[in-house]
Design a protein around this ligand. Structure first.
Ligand SMILES: *[C@@H]1O[C@H](CO)[C@@H](O)[C@H](O)[C@H]1NC(C)=O
Ligand SMILES: *[C@@H]1O[C@H](CO)[C@@H](O)[C@H](O)[C@H]1NC(C)=O
Ligand SMILES: *[C@@H]1O[C@H](CO)[C@@H](O)[C@H](O)[C@H]1NC(C)=O
Ligand SMILES: *[C@@H]1O[C@H](CO)[C@@H](O)[C@H](O)[C@H]1NC(C)=O
Ligand SMILES: [Zn+2]
Length: 453
């Protein structure tokens, strides 16, 4: 054996325990993620969800006791950073988070063992590597914000409120990075997510858009508003300054460091509304630094500010209720509609291919209705405790009874848009997303304010 060969494991170990506080290039990020998955194969799995316009892979590191595949009962969580290529703090925070979780697990620290034991955590440090390569280090300007085609990826998702033309133009152009994320959301039933930005200091929650009917005051309110407000506060209140220093970025002071997205400023085609409406994944937007490209010397303090909040937010994936829906023969069924009374989601939540559902809810009593063709509608009231402290949502399975009539047509209550998106997958790309589309959706205000965060 050559001396170099003997030294190699030592070098790898040293790398693993010292992730430096500096900005890592795309290739350094890729090397770091590869090294982590190679040296921790039992808890880490590296995969790519697609490529950027310039062909750079969009790498995701999955962490958990079964990193390669879903386990029934274990919720899927994700963090996405750097959708705006010049908002860079999130990239480094997520690398530090990986480092922290993996080292915590190796050192048998209970917080890390419990989190990785109960949760599968997916981390996409950069959704816009091409934009990052093009970014300058300015705090406020937009150099590097867009992808290589000059498109704002956080305005390029299908939008439920995008007006009737949405249904008529199924081929509306989606950028490769956006298509990669849309495809990713179909591979797993993600339950909870956040996307990390810079340029402000606030936790912003859906909706980002509206067609008027959801407006309460100036806010566009989802049926799960109580849960979203709670989730946003878990982040902001676990951060030392988000709740009371956010006006230092030049915005008005956001009460408790949170805001409804639309109330702050409306956008069309954002990622968080897409996650919530079509992927039944509750996602919020975290604005983590006034400066979009903070000096590298500030990174240790910024990590210290965000570590607790990043971990506490992951733990919220254990809110509410989870379980499976079984048909009359005792087989778990996909596409059973599981609804909570009083929460009329635009696309009703459905069971996944494992027959599983996850429903984030605050503690309380809820009436559930489960609908599946050929079976009686099942209604049950559940008393839901607070799950995060136990690292598990309450577990409850639903057992359906077959109806007698063979020609049964139990209505499965899917809005047309929900079916529509199921058809989107194979879709090509034709017309480009234009400002005319935006203006038709919400008016000029969107275009004017689209470059803010
Ligand atoms: C991890 O989960 C297993 C059961 O799957 C359990 O026996 C073990 O105690 C758990 N460890 C921790 C630290 O939660
Ligand atoms: C838009 O508003 C109408 C009522 O004006 C409502 O029926 C419809 O569901 C809304 N669309 C969405 C996607 O919420
Ligand atoms: C939920 O229902 C139980 C009875 O099943 C009751 O004791 C409890 O007070 C209720 N909780 C709430 C928050 O309404
Ligand atoms: C199904 O048919 C059986 C036998 O005809 C009958 O006893 C039963 O009540 C029916 N159940 C329902 C739900 O209609
Ligand atoms: Zn941004």
């Amino acid at each position: 054996m050559s001396p170099l060969f003997l030294l190699l494991p030592l070098v790898i170990l040293t790398l693993a325990s010292t992730l430096s506080f500096r900005y890592h290039s795309n290739s350094e990020t890729e090397q770091y993620l590869s090294m982590i998955s190679a040296t921790n194969p039992s808890i880490a799995h590296l995969y790519s969800i697609g490529r950027s316009v310039r062909g750079q892979k969009l790498w995701v590191l999955a962490l958990g006791l079964s990193p390669h595949r879903h386990t029934v009962g274990i919720p899927e969580f994700k963090y996405v950073a750097n959708i705006h290529g010049n908002e860079v703090l999130g990239r480094e925070l997520l690398l530090q988070l990986i480092d922290n979780l993996v080292n915590g697990y190796r050192n048998n620290e209970p917080w890390s063992l419990q989190l990785l034991n109960s949760t599968r955590i997916h981390i996409l440090p950069t959704m816009n590597p091409d934009g990052f390569d093009n970014a300058d280090t300015d705090c406020v300007y937009i150099q590097g914000r867009y992808n290589y085609n000059g498109i704002d990826l956080n305005r390029n998702f299908p939008d439920a409120f995008d007006g009737p033309q949405w249904n008529q133009q199924p081929e509306k152009h989606r950028e490769p990075e956006v298509r990669a994320v849309i495809g990713w959301l179909k591979t797993e039933t993600f339950v909870l997510s956040a996307n990390l930005h810079g340029g402000a200091l606030v936790a912003s929650y859906p909706y980002d858009n509206s067609n008027g009917s959801e407006l309460v005051g100036g806010a566009s309110i989802t049926p799960d508003d109580d849960v979203f407000v709670h989730l946003a506060k878990v982040y902001s209140l676990n951060h030392p300054s988000m709740r009371d220093k956010n006006d230092e970025c030049g915005d008005t002071l956001f009460k408790d460091g949170i805001t409804n997205g639309f109330e702050w400023y409306p956008i069309t085609g954002g990622m968080q509304d897409y996650n919530y409406v079509w992927a039944q994944c509750l996602e919020i937007t975290l604005e983590l630094s006034c400066c979009k490209f903070p000096p590298a010397k500030d990174l240790p303090a910024l990590w210290a500010d965000n570590r607790k909040a990043l971990l506490a937010y992951i733990q919220q994936v254990h809110l509410g209720v989870k379980g499976q829906v079984f048909d009359g023969s005792g087989v778990p069924v996909q596409n059973a509609v599981v609804e909570v009374k009083g929460r009329r989601n635009i696309c009703p939540f459905r069971t996944d291919r494992h027959g599983e559902y996850y429903r984030l809810l605050l503690p309380g009593n809820y009436s559930f209705t489960v609908t599946y063709p050929g079976h009686e509608v099942l209604t049950e009231t559940l008393s839901v405790p607070y799950g995060p402290d136990q690292y598990s949502a309450m577990k409850h399975d639903f057992w359906l009874r077959r109806t007698n009539v063979t020609t049964d047509r139990t209505p499965v209550n899917l809005a047309p848009n929900c079916n529509y998106v199921l058809r989107l997958e194979g879709g090509g790309s034709i017309s480009r997303f234009t400002w005319t589309d935006v203006a038709m959706g919400l008016g000029l205000v969107v275009a004017l304010r689209s470059q803010i965060d």
